[in-house]
Ligand binder design. Structure first.
Ligand SMILES: [Cu+2]
Length: 231
């Protein structure tokens, strides 16, 4: 009963966490989520295999009193040794290929990210400025805001920089964290954002009010976005 009460209280606290992970609302976050599930599936496969073998061995070799002393000891089993060397290498290779491809594609400053000169019509460019303890978003027409506004379906190219210490830009529903540095610009792209309201925060401890360094991302229909941008 005590445990259940504790669990309920804990869950109530968790319901206050409106930063949702593994709830992808952009193509970028979708790819990252699939990669996490894929790695998780491989881990579960390994875990189940190990536990199944453990159960089998516990059952097969348990001391049932029918044998006396220590059982006969054996050494070397080439087939087994090759198997438990090759299988992990294979698993790591299977995991490494998609991880490397996604990382290379989505890393800040990756070749895949466009510059305003060769932008396609669905690309939006936002300059993100971090300063203890506030975010400022600068849009192409010079407008600024402290919450992020984006048009639905857009691919958002963000140039991130900090005025003081290292911060980290994070809107879990739209994509993974990216560092915001004081002396280097990072460029990060969120592809095909879906309509909705998403919480974002600074994910790098930056001082006493770090926890308050939050913002909301509003992804609205294109015409609504234009109207907001011109207002
Ligand atoms: Cu910060």
């Amino acid at each position: 009963m005590k445990f259940r009460t504790l669990l309920i209280i804990l869950l109530l606290f968790l319901s206050g966490c409106n930063l949702r992970v593994l709830d992808p609302q952009s193509d970028t976050a979708g790819i990252q989520t699939n990669l996490i599930y894929f790695s998780f599936a491989i881990m579960v496969l390994v875990l189940l295999t190990v536990f199944a073998l453990l159960a089998v061995f516990l059952n097969k070799y348990r001391d049932d009193g029918s044998q006396e002393g220590i059982p006969k000891q054996t050494k070397r089993n080439k087939k087994l040794e090759i198997a438990w060397t090759v299988i992990p290498i294979l698993l790591i290779a299977i995991l490494a290929v998609p991880t490397t491809v996604v990382t290379m594609n989505q890393s800040p400053n990756s070749e895949a990210i466009h510059s305003p000169e060769d932008a396609s019509p669905d690309e939006v460019f936002v300059d993100v400025q971090a300063k203890r303890y506030k975010w400022t978003f600068h849009y192409e027409n010079g407008k600024t805001s402290s919450d992020l506004y984006l048009p639905e379906g857009a691919s958002v190219v963000m140039t991130l920089k900090s005025e003081d210490v290292i911060h980290s830009f994070w809107v879990p529903s739209l994509g993974g964290k990216v560092d915001v540095l004081p002396n280097k610009e990072n460029v990060y792209e969120l592809e095909n954002v879906k309509q909705g309201e998403y919480k974002g925060k600074c994910a790098e401890f930056c001082g006493t009010n770090h926890a308050k360094m939050r913002f909301t991302t509003y992804v609205v229909p294109e015409d609504e976005y234009r109207e907001w941008l011109e207002s």
